[in-house]
Design a protein around this ligand. Structure first.
Ligand SMILES: [Zn+2]
Length: 305
C-alpha cells in the first residue's frame, strides 16, 4: 500500500501526479482562457487588422486637408492728447496686457509739468508702444477754425513736435479733425481744413485719422459707452465694411478719460475681450496699409529709445 509521506520531498509517483495534477491543469486551462489580458488582445486584433487594410495616409495629405489660415482683421488702438493725467494708467494697462498701442502726443504737454515729462520718458522706454505727432499746441489750444485757416501755422506746429520730440516720425494726427492722407487714401471731414491738411502731406507728413471713436463726456470725462457696446460697434463696422481700408480699423481714444478706475477698468475689459477674438489682431499705426517701410524703421528707433 502506497503511503504518501507529507515530508517526502522526492519525485512523486505517476499515480500521485495524475491524482493531484489533473484538477490543477483543468483549473489552469479555465483560468487561462478567462484572463482579461487575453481577452483584450483578442478584442484589439480585429481593429488592427481593419486599420491596416486602409491605405497609408501621408503627412503631406494631412497638411493639404487643413484649412488655410484666415487673415485676421487689424485693429489699431490709438490714444490722443497725452501726456496728461490719464496717460500713466493707459500705459500700465496696455503693458500689463502686452498689446501694441499708438500714442499721439501733444508736444506742449510733455513740458507742462515734471510729472508729464516723466510720463513721456516712460513712454519712450516702453516696448510695443509707438509715439506719433498730434501737433505742438493742439490747434492753438483748441481754436480749430483759426488754426486750419493758416496752412503754414499747421505745418510749423507739427514740425515743432517732430523736431523737439519725434525726429524720425512722419505720422501725424490733426487736432479736432478726422483727416487722412496715406498714399492714395485721402479724406477730409471738414472741407474748410482741406488746404491746411494737403499742405501737411506736401511737407512729407502722413495724416492718420480714425474709423471709430470711443466717445466721452467732455465735462465729466466719463466714457459714454461700455467696453461691450464698443465691441458691438467694432463688429458692426467690420461686418458692414465701413472702415477706410477693408479689414483695418483705427480706434480713437483719449488718455485723460482713463484716470478714473471705473473708466480704466472698461479699457482693460475691452482689451481683454479683443485679445480673445480670433478674428482680430492688434497692431501699431506704422503697420497700416500704405505707410512706407522707411517710416516704420525710423519709428522703431524712436519708440525703443
Ligand atoms: Zn486731440
Amino acid at each position: 500500500m502506497y503511503h504518501a509521506d507529507p515530508a517526502d520531498e522526492g519525485e512523486p509517483s505517476s499515480g500521485f501526479f495524475y491524482f493531484y495534477s489533473f484538477p490543477i491543469i483543468i483549473v489552469s486551462v479555465l483560468l487561462f482562457s478567462c484572463q482579461p489580458g487575453r481577452q483584450k488582445v483578442k478584442a484589439v486584433q480585429p481593429v488592427i487588422a481593419k486599420d491596416s487594410s486602409k491605405p497609408a495616409v501621408k503627412k503631406s495629405q494631412v497638411v493639404a486637408k487643413e484649412k488655410p489660415k484666415k487673415k485676421k482683421k487689424k485693429i489699431y488702438l490709438t490714444f490722443d492728447d497725452g501726456p496728461n493725467k490719464g496717460t500713466k494708467n493707459v500705459l500700465d494697462i496696455v503693458q500689463q496686457e502686452d498689446i501694441p498701442v499708438t500714442f499721439f502726443i501733444v508736444g506742449e504737454h510733455v513740458f507742462a509739468s515734471i510729472g508729464q515729462t516723466q510720463v513721456w520718458d516712460s513712454l519712450k522706454m516702453s516696448k510695443n508702444i509707438e509715439l506719433c505727432n498730434h501737433s505742438y499746441t493742439h490747434a492753438l489750444h483748441n481754436k480749430f477754425e483759426k488754426f486750419y485757416e493758416q496752412p503754414d501755422t499747421v505745418v510749423k506746429d507739427m514740425q515743432k513736435t517732430k523736431e523737439k520730440l519725434l525726429p524720425g516720425n512722419d505720422i501725424v494726427r490733426t487736432p479736432g479733425r478726422n483727416s487722412w492722407r496715406i498714399d492714395s487714401l485721402h479724406f477730409t471731414d471738414i472741407k474748410k481744413s482741406k488746404t491746411a491738411i494737403d499742405s501737411l502731406q506736401q511737407a512729407g507728413f502722413v495724416v492718420f485719422g480714425w474709423d471709430l471713436e470711443w466717445h466721452y463726456d467732455h465735462k465729466t470725462l466719463a466714457l459714454k459707452n461700455t467696453a461691450d457696446e464698443l465691441l458691438n460697434q467694432i463688429d458692426s463696422l467690420f461686418n458692414h465694411d465701413k472702415t477706410k481700408t477693408k479689414d483695418n480699423m483705427v480706434i480713437l481714444a483719449h488718455d485723460q478719460v482713463y484716470q478714473k478706475s471705473s473708466d480704466s477698468s472698461q479699457l482693460r475689459d475691452l482689451i481683454q475681450k479683443l485679445k480673445k477674438k480670433d478674428d482680430y489682431e492688434l497692431a501699431l499705426a506704422s503697420s497700416y496699409p500704405g505707410i512706407v517701410k522707411e517710416r516704420i524703421d525710423s519709428l522703431k528707433v524712436v519708440s525703443t529709445q
